[in-house]
Write a protein that binds this ligand. Structure first.
Ligand code: 5AD
Ligand code: SF4
Length: 529
């Protein structure tokens, strides 16, 4: 999953006797505040939403400023070194602050915490809490214990080799408590975890170690969560899993549920208009799933299926379990079923031993598959992975950088052609928020005055257009006038553009938390791959 940055602002802690309106107490008790910064994929964004939700139920309140917070949390990522360094740098900035205010609680949560339990404590000895992604349910208790005891608090899941599979699996809890609607990127879009962990063990990847064994959540629990979200006004559900299309649940009575079964059930949930899922593993792109996406009107015709490389030797070294010709055949199967399906990919450039010829095959694959977009990463060796153990990281950094840029240029050419072909068409857009530019220029007023808005089509294309923010949360028709490689620009088709419907209830929901709204809108823009 792609790297994103999210700042959520956590809350003031109220004691056991909560008033009906917590703000009634604010003037009476100087309440401690909490700040949370999230780096990483959508799974981390969801984890942060859930951590903040559980703290909120205990009366916490968010702040945007870490230094004004009494509890400062970092939800971390360990997929690439860069993501880790960002966190250490943020922690470094807090060193003096913590020395001056020893009563403040600093916590490192998530994948880096699980991977580098001791290193975190060594590099930032003033951190009070270190908690892996499989133990997030314990965060409120850990904060309390840290405050009371002034001792370091640790909570980790078992390592993959520390015990039998069942025991290791059980140490990664499915952390999906009741949702808090105010903590979502927008009130009408929500992530729903359907799967934990990963069992693929691609040689470069740390995820199977830090997120544990693959486990599918019970479909009834997923459905209950989706219905709850629909009841709260949510229109778009994004199902999350590291290899989401490998999702399976064995009911123990001979019945098995697959992702396609889930899609059929969610199709029937009133109020939900769009269903997406990320991230798919190429080998598990089964025909039943392709048919479900084709046949279900609510299923977005968008598949994120990372190829990672265009060369068989590299794919084998990465242990991706498929060949380039398999991948191409999979793309063809998807396009035969859905000629207009948008497919996106991830690529790793500069993996161990990659030659110029091998690198060039990635561009060839982009041209063949005509990806809507690709996320391109420079290989970053991760301690504890097979690739780090077996192969030398021998492609120099400047070469990785150049290959990254070259591949982006190929993708930009393909994306530009795809976008050009959409000029003068009409697309259905779910309006998400003011555009990044509008938020930068207008600040809060972008939520109340005519502005530049952004949204996505059913194929996950980003569309920017002028309109009133009351359109946020509505699905409208937009005529595409212009295109850049990464964005479509259009005009709202007037029949729908000022329709006043019950959907407008969404705006007050966004406006309720004035400090949060801009940040969360940015999150939403960044969080989508
Ligand atoms: N170095 C660089 N990129 C990586 N990814 C995973 N592990 C690494 C690594 N060690 C990329 C893959 C994956 C995406 C989420 O991150 O492309 O699909
Ligand atoms: Fe990592 Fe491979 Fe699992 Fe994706 S499928 S999370 S790249 S091990």
């Amino acid at each position: 999953m792609a790297e994103t940055t999210l700042k959520c602002y956590v809350f003031q802690f109220l004691s056991n006797t909560l008033p009906s309106n917590p703000s009634d107490f604010c003037t009476m008790h100087p309440m401690p505040k909490l700040f949370i910064d999230t780096v990483g994929c959508q799974m981390n964004v969801l984890d942060s939403e859930l951590v903040v939700g559980s703290l909120r139920r205990q009366g916490y309140e968010l702040t945007t400023d870490p230094k004004s917070a009494d509890v400062i949390l970092f939800n971390t990522c360990s997929v690439r070194e860069h993501a880790e360094e960002k966190i250490y740098s943020a922690l470094g900035k807090l060193r003096g602050h913590k020395e001056a205010h020893p009563e403040k609680v600093i916590g490192v949560l998530g994948c880096m915490a699980q991977k580098d339990q001791e290193i975190v404590t060594k590099r930032a000895p003033y951190v009070d809490i270190v908690c892996g992604p499989g133990q997030l349910a314990r965060v409120p208790e850990l904060i309390d214990a840290a405050k009371k005891s002034r001792k370091k608090q640790y909570a980790f899941s078992l390592g993959r080799a520390d015990a039998g599979k069942l025991e290791v699996t059980q140490s990664f809890e499915s952390y999906d408590p009741n949702r808090d609607p105010t903590m979502r990127p927008t009130p009408f879009q929500a992530y729903v975890r359907i799967q934990l962990g990963c069992d693929k063990f691609c040689t470069y990847c740390i995820v199977p170690s830090v997120r544990g064994p693959e486990q599918g959540r019970h479909p009834d629990h997923i459905l209950a969560e989706v219905k709850q979200l629909a009841g709260e006004g949510c229109k778009e559900i994004n199902l999350l899993g590291q290899t989401v299309n490998s999702y399976k649940f064995d009911h123990g009575d001979g019945r098995k549920s697959r992702l396609s079964d889930l899609l059929y059930r969610i199709q029937d949930v009133a109020g939900i208009d769009r269903i997406k899922f990320v991230t798919s593993f190429p080998k598990d792109m089964s025909d039943d799933l392709i048919q479900a996406v084709r046949d279900l009107p609510k299923a977005c015709k968008y598949l994120h299926v990372p190829a990672q490389h265009g060369d068989d030797v590299m794919l084998k070294k990465m242990k991706r379990l498929y060949t380039v010709s398999y991948y191409k055949e999979m793309v063809q199967r998807c396009r035969e079923a859905m000629p207009n399906v948008a497919i996106s990919s991830d690529f790793i450039v500069g993996f161990c031993g990659e030659t110029e010829e091998q690198f060039a095959t990635c561009g060839e694959l982009i041209r063949f598959a005509r990806f809507k977009n690709s996320f391109i990463f420079k290989y970053s060796p991760r301690r504890g992975t097979k690739a780090d153990e077996l192969y030398k990281d021998d492609v120099p950094e400047e070469v990785k950088k150049r290959r990254n840029n070259d591949l982006l240029a190929v993708q930009a050419e393909i994306s530009a052609a795809d976008h050009q072909s959409q000029i003068n068409t009409e697309v259905e857009v779910l309006v998400e928020s003011p555009s990044k530019a509008a938020l930068k220029e207008q600040g809060q007023s972008a939520y109340t005055e005519h502005t530049q808005l952004t949204g996505r089509t059913m194929t996950d294309h980003i569309v920017v257009f002028e309109g009133h923010p009351r359109l946020i949360g509505q699905t409208i028709k937009v005529h595409i006038d212009q295109a850049s490689p990464w964005t479509l620009f259009g005009t709202v088709q007037t029949d729908e553009n000022v329709a006043v419907t019950g959907d407008l209830d969404i705006l007050p929901a966004i406006a309720r938390l004035p400090d949060r709204k801009i940040e969360l809108s940015l999150v939403q823009l960044l969080a989508y791959r």
